[in-house]
Design a protein around this ligand. Structure first.
Ligand code: FAD
Length: 341
């Protein structure tokens, strides 16, 4: 058969990394990214981009750990290369602090990040309202530069990218052999997934170059994540809220909470407010499906629903989605050679 045509719908971190993995693992395919928005207008642009996993209750922990391990290894190699600054990837050390000792003192990802250990009494003196803490080094993506770097890699691999809103995946059946759905929260409408819901997040991106360590309250609600150019201050987790408008009283609340963890932030300047909708689900939807109408079939691979942890697991889920695309291809090639017999 001629070069199989694969369309990836979505240009957030999931769509771009999935398209890249498909181009890398299946060089015979012609890959196209179709998306109604590209960077800087995606949820992925709003994210802090810290590699600290969020737990998906419906996905086995060993699978989540594998996705995180693969993502960490991939970004660690970039952070250790000449590409690091352009890709916006860097190591960052800091603390996760708790007001009471958590039930789970060792999270499943503790041996993937670097140097994970309980904080010393001396370190805890920095946080007089907290009794327990964990120190470690992880990776952070500066999101818009990382998305642009992925787009550059895709162009270099011959992947086409077009602005297009897809109303129905079936609309692509006459142009493409396989469709990959990486529409994030857009999948709620695109495939009518009622299990997918938004968790609104408001963050502040501030200029405070003296802040070098990350600080995260153990409940994950208040965090200070220094990037290469700006520090992300968060946040909120508002289930089922679809509003993309910043709320000024929330901005003040986030700023005050972050200043109580790091008082020097009172001197932060150039405060920009961003809002994003986390595409949340009981588990990431990573599976094959075959759409069919009047005897015509369209293989689809879904890869969406990464909630609060898309950056932390994107490379692992992209690899798995590319593997599922390989299975679809094998099935297509099998049926086209049977048809010739
Ligand atoms: P998106 O980035 O939303 O991309 C979806 C793409 O699909 C877009 O390009 C959109 O235009 C396109 N699309 C949708 N519908 C259609 C359609 N019908 N036709 C064509 N195109 C369509 N994760 C971490 O791991 N670490 C963090 O520190 C972190 N911090 C976060 C902070 C905040 C405030 C928020 C909101 C999220 C954070 N996340 C974090 C989560 C992370 O941002 C998401 O998990 C991730 O961005 C999801 O990526 P995505 O590509 O699935 O979605």
């Amino acid at each position: 058969m001629a070069a199989p045509k694969v369309a990836v719908v979505g240009a957030g971190v999931i769509g771009l990394s999935t398209a890249l993995c498909i181009a890398e693992t299946c060089p015979s395919c012609s890959v196209t990214v179709l998306s109604d928005q590209f960077s800087p207008n995606t949820t992925s642009d709003v994210a802090a981009g810290m590699l600290i996993p969020h737990t998906y209750p419906g996905t086995p922990i060993h699978v989540q750990k594998q996705w995180f391990t693969e993502t960490f290894a991939y970004l660690f190699a970039i952070s250790n290369s000449a590409e690091a600054s352009e890709a916006g990837i860097h190591l960052v050390s800091g603390w996760q602090v708790f007001k009471t000792t958590p039930k789970e003192e060792l999270p499943f990802w503790s041996d993937v990040v670097l140097g994970f250990r309980p904080m010393s009494e001396a370190e805890l003196q920095k946080f007089p309202q907290h009794r327990f803490g964990q120190a470690f080094t992880t990776l952070k993506c500066d999101c818009p530069p990382y998305l642009l770097w992925l787009e550059k890699r895709l162009k270099a691999s011959g992947v086409q990218m077009y602005t297009r809103k897809v109303a129905d995946l079936w609309d692509l059946h006459s142009e493409y052999n396989i469709v990959v759905n990486c529409a994030g929260i857009g999948a709620h409408q695109l495939v009518g997934d009622e299990k997918l819901f938004p968790v609104r997040g408001q963050v502040l991106k501030v200029h405070a170059p003296w802040v070098k360590n990350f600080i995260r309250d153990g409940d994950g609600l208040t965090y200070i994540y220094p990037g290469i150019r700006r520090v992300t201050l968060g946040g909120t987790r508002e289930k089922e809220s679809w509003s993309l408008s910043p709320d000024p009283s929330t901005t003040k609340d986030i700023f005050d909470r972050c200043c109580s963890l790091e008082p020097s932030l009172r001197g932060a300047q150039d405060i920009k407010v961003k809002v994003g909708l986390r595409p949340s689900r009981w588990c990431v939807r990573l599976q094959r499906e075959v759409l069919s109408q009047g005897g015509v079939k369209l293989p689809v691979v879904h890869n969406y629903g990464h909630g609060a942890g898309g950056f932390s697991v994107h490379r692992g889920t992209a690899k798995e989605a590319a593997h599922l695309v390989g299975e679809c291809l094998a099935a297509l090639q099998g049926s086209s050679s049977r048809a010739k017999l």
